[in-house]
Design a protein around this ligand. Sequence first.
Ligand code: CDP
Length: 230
Amino acid sequence: MKKIVIAIDGFSSCGKSTMAKSLARNVGYLYFDSGAMYRAVALFCIEEGLVDDNGINTEVLRSRMDGIKITFEADPVTKNSITFLNGRNVEKEIRSLQVSRIVSPVAAIDFVRTNLIEQQREMGKAKGIVMDGRDIGTTVFPDAEMKIFVTASAEVRAQRRYDEIIARGDEADYNEILENVQQRDHIDQTREVSPLRKADDALLLDNSNMTREEQEQWLIEQFNKITKEC
Ligand code: CDP
């Protein structure tokens, strides 16, 4: 069967990565988390002292951008994708609230996007991939054969993120998370370079009241329909 590119975009914390991962596993495709790449650049900024009260030092970041290499490897046990920043496993660090606070401003910087988009296109060259993010169906792969745009209410999304952090054994404050979700929605939708929006040819999925199983089933049905037509 001909391999296709599957682009999954949507608001923060609406379960994109869970759905992208399970779809990739079900259809035997590779999964790429583009948000993890923006998070890794945000972590780099924090660790290299490029963030202060005035924001991000874009001039220094621009000069260091070529030295930022982000790669993915599968965890030998769980098979989950692990993010590496210049060869170091940063999977846990990039999910911290400290990174979440600055990732959207970092992702709004034009040269950061140009650089990461180029790397993302390289990852999709051979097709047979599922990539999730904010601009995958609109900018990175405008010709993707299957495009999904996911949404859910901000409260449902904040609750899911809260449950995820608690389940990990960490502490969390629901209101702080809700505020972060709403702030990121705003920055993502209003930024100048590839703002978050549904591609005209993307299928809309509101999963506020859907179970994981229902969602998984729905995605496989769409995949089967699309690949039959290809
Ligand atoms: O997991 P969550 O949905 O909260 O976010 P993520 O996918 O890890 O992405 C983190 C942030 O990176 C988002 O809030 C966006 O600001 C940015 N991002 C982006 O601008 N473009 C992408 N393709 C992916 C993420």
